[in-house]
Design a protein around this ligand. Structure first.
Ligand code: 13P
Length: 250
């Protein structure tokens, strides 16, 4: 079976609720290949309102983060049951901005993965290297280590529920994109890691998205790569025209 095609938008800390509602309503009026899952990862304040809009079935919503504990004295955090209670299906975990500014470690992300899976939330698990790591030629080891350390002892059947997003940090918000060949090389290595640890059924099933300055001008070439199953899009997901063009780039 061909893997799912996914265009995910990460709005980061952008838009007010009315602005976000307008973007999603406009997007909902576009015509898209319904075999593409469109996953909008909006700020937590927006998710309930967005998820109540009348929309095509392939427009889904995700949170950008979640705490590994489900409830309790953790001021400012959001628990998986809260997201579940408003019908949210996806959650980004381990974005490089969370790793950098909020000190999220591979070990902590392992706990978040466990909690998300226990609550039937589909994790969009981010990995990726800095420019210094790439210049040292250590990017593949770095990314595989991120996955290994966070996946811990999850079962293959659980790994199969995860979406992986490879986002080289040097390409995020910089306008510099990995070449399609660089993306393919890393995605292929990630898939081979999945194959050796969890078997071919899991490796051939898990979608691997590319993120980092995806735009209408480069999406087609990147999505055409054998092991690239879609994109996790930042800036270009905030404009309906550009995000719609990316969704239609498969
Ligand atoms: P940009 O598309 O703005 O480079 O952001 C990528 C990203 O971080 C998506 O999670």
């Amino acid at each position: 079976m061909r893997r799912k095609k996914i265009a995910a938008g990460n709005w980061k800390m952008n838009t007010t609720v009315p602005e976000g509602v307008k973007i999603v309503q406009d997007l909902g009026e576009g015509s898209f290949d319904i075999s593409v899952d469109i996953v909008i990862c909006a700020p937590a304040t927006h998710l309930d309102a967005l998820n109540q809009l009348e929309l095509p079935k392939n427009i889904l919503f995700g949170a950008q983060n979640m705490y590994h504990e489900t409830h309790g004295a953790y001021t400012g955090e959001i628990g998986a049951p809260m997201l579940q209670s408003i019908g949210i299906t996806h959650v980004i975990l381990g974005h490089s901005e969370r790793r950098e500014y909020f000190n999220e470690s591979n070990e902590m992300l392992g706990k978040k993965l466990r909690t998300a899976l226990d609550h039937e939330l589909i994790p969009i698990f981010c990995c990726g290297e800095s420019l210094a790591v790439r210049n040292a030629g250590a990017q593949n080891n770095h990314v595989i280590r991120q996955l290994k350390e966070s996946f811990g002892d999850l079962e293959g059947s659980e790994i199969a529920e995860i979406i992986i997003a490879y986002e080289p940090i040097w390409a995020i918000g910089t306008g510099e994109t990995a070449t399609p060949e660089q993306a393919q090389e890393m995605h292929c290595d990630i898939r081979e890691f999945l194959r050796s640890e969890y078997g071919s059924d899991v490796a051939d099933y898990v979608p691997i998205l590319y993120g980092g300055s995806v735009k209408p001008a480069n999406a087609k070439d990147i999505f055409a790569q054998e092991d690239v199953d879609g994109g996790l899009v930042g800036g270009a997901s905030l404009k309906v025209d550009s995000f719609a063009a990316i969704v239609n780039s498969f």
